[in-house]
Write a protein that binds this ligand. Structure first.
Ligand code: ARG
Length: 459
């Protein structure tokens, strides 16, 4: 029966089921590097304060580096009693360096240790997720640049509304992702403060140099209240919300592309690499990648709401409920990392069908432009809206397209109509008229591409 780290006051054995229930090693082992790095810095800080000798410090650091290598080489052997990554690493350190290992935990608790490990882990992981997100934005922006001249219907209520550039549509998603990236950067900065040196809850009894620890571990500062330091998991909640919101954005473009890839639309076709077939219907090619992206958004929301439920009723300060913070954090990080890469893959390999998009543009989508034609002749917009509406009705009644009405028909609706009304029936003109910043004209879309590219280049 291995000795428990905390077993001093216990005489009875723990129920084996309880042991398994209590263990977190099967998931928190992912933080092995953060745990070793944190301990190495801690050993340095202990020596700095003469709590251990420099020789003891070097023994501890040497041992911790070996522990880390064992994890990396997958030779670390877990033993009964390794309830979490902290106990496993300390047990192994003892085997490697002997009794000096027992000095490492002086003044430290797993409470400030685990909070530190998680912040180190998440800050690294979030940085790699951020790189995937920026790659996705870059792919989208490049595609928008290349396919600038493709025109398509823009929709509201999934009804054809006004002609737009395909690039404008692509960039609308890139802008959402840029905001996601900025939020993630801010979140990483916010979480990057140090809990270590707070002890179990009340603070450190050996006057450890927390600023030194923060510097060693790359934190921008320390958390200034030990109770707060060991109980705060707002950074997990924030990350889970960030992940949920970002998945909402991914889910929404996935839904757009699922619709656009249907036979009825036929605007896009996914590469084989991101599609699957049917086991029964030979003709089928299904956009499974997009459906999984849409579906996985639900999984991430679940992680967020599940964690919030565990988090909300906890009294001060550390309580074991907090061990429930890790699996949602890991799962959301994995899901985001995968989803961003799959979305990037779909977007970089997908074919588009400009002819099909163009063929879906109909003259009624220029009814606003018809109203604007009269505005340019001095008629108040509210009136022109009505007149254009009458033209739409006239065409509908005659079962013709709006642009098939004659000049005389238009003149019968309002005296300001002239023969130049024919010029309204150009989708290009409609698009180019919307050249205010943020619009769908070529110059506005080009400006957006420039803005996003320079943001990406800034880093
Ligand atoms: N595995 C624990 C967790 O994840 C580490 C902290 C344990 N602290 C304690 N007081 N039992 O929360």
């Amino acid at each position: 029966e291995p000795k428990k780290l905390w077993g001093g006051r216990f005489t009875g054995a723990v129920d084996p089921l309880m042991d398994a229930f209590n263990a977190s090693i099967h998931f928190d082992r992912r933080m092995y590097a953060a745990d070793c790095i944190g301990s190495i810095a801690y050993a340095k800080a202990l020596a700095k304060n003469n709590i251990i000798t420099e020789q003891e410090r070097d023994q501890l650091i040497g041992g911790l580096e070996k522990v880390m290598v064992e994890w990396e080489n997958k030779t670390f052997e877990l033993k009964a009693g390794d309830e979490d990554i902290h106990t496993a690493n300390e047990r192994r350190l003892g085997e490697l360096v002997g009794s000096v290992a027992g000095k490492l935990h002086t003044g430290r608790s797993r409470n400030d240790q685990v909070a530190t490990d998680m912040r180190i882990w998440l800050r690294e992981e979030a940085s790699s997720i951020l790189a995937h997100l920026k790659e996705l934005i870059s792919i989208t922006v490049n595609r928008a640049d290349k396919e600038m001249d493709v025109l398509m219907p823009g929709y509201t209520h999934l009804q054809r509304a006004q002609p737009i550039r395909w690039s404008h549509f692509l960039l609308s998603h890139a802008w959402l992702w840029q905001a996601d990236a900025q939020r993630l950067e801010q979140l990483i900065d916010r979480l990057n403060v140090l809990p270590l040196g707070s002890g179990a809850l009340a603070g450190h009894a050996f006057n450890i140099d927390r600023d030194f620890l923060a510097k060693e571990l790359g934190f921008r500062g320390i958390i200034n209240n030990s109770l707060y330091a060991v109980s705060d998991r707002d950074f997990v909640a924030e990350f889970l919300f960030w992940a949920s919101l970002t998945m909402t954005h991914i889910s929404r473009i996935a839904e757009d592309l699922i619709i656009y890839s249907s036979g009825e639309f036929g605007f896009v076709k996914l590469a084989d690499a991101y599609s699957t077939g049917s086991s029964l219907m030979p003709q089928k090619k299904n956009p499974d990648s997009l459906e999984l992206l849409r579906g996985k958004s639900g999984r991430v929301f679940g992680s967020m709401s599940g964690f919030m439920m565990s988090y909300k009723g906890i009294p001060s300060t550390y309580n074991k409920d907090l061990q429930e913070d890790k699996e949602p954090m890991f799962d959301a990080a994995d899901t985001l990392s995968g989803s961003l890469q799959i979305t990037a893959g779909v977007l970089s390999t997908m074919d588009i069908f400009p002819d099909k998009m163009r063929a879906s543009l109909t003259a009624d989508m220029l009814a606003t432009d018809l109203a604007e034609y009269l505005v340019r002749k001095g008629v108040p917009f509210r009136e022109t809206h009505h007149i254009s509406g009458s033209a739409v009705k006239m065409a509908e009644d005659r079962k013709v397209s709006l642009h098939e009405l004659s000049n005389e028909d238009f003149k019968s609706l309002h005296p300001s109509f002239d023969d130049d009304v024919a010029a309204v029936w150009s989708f290009e003109t409609s698009i180019e008229n919307r050249n205010t910043p943020g619009g769908t004209s070529k110059s506005s879309v080009t400006a957006q591409i420039k803005q996003l590219k320079s943001w990406l280049a800034d880093g």
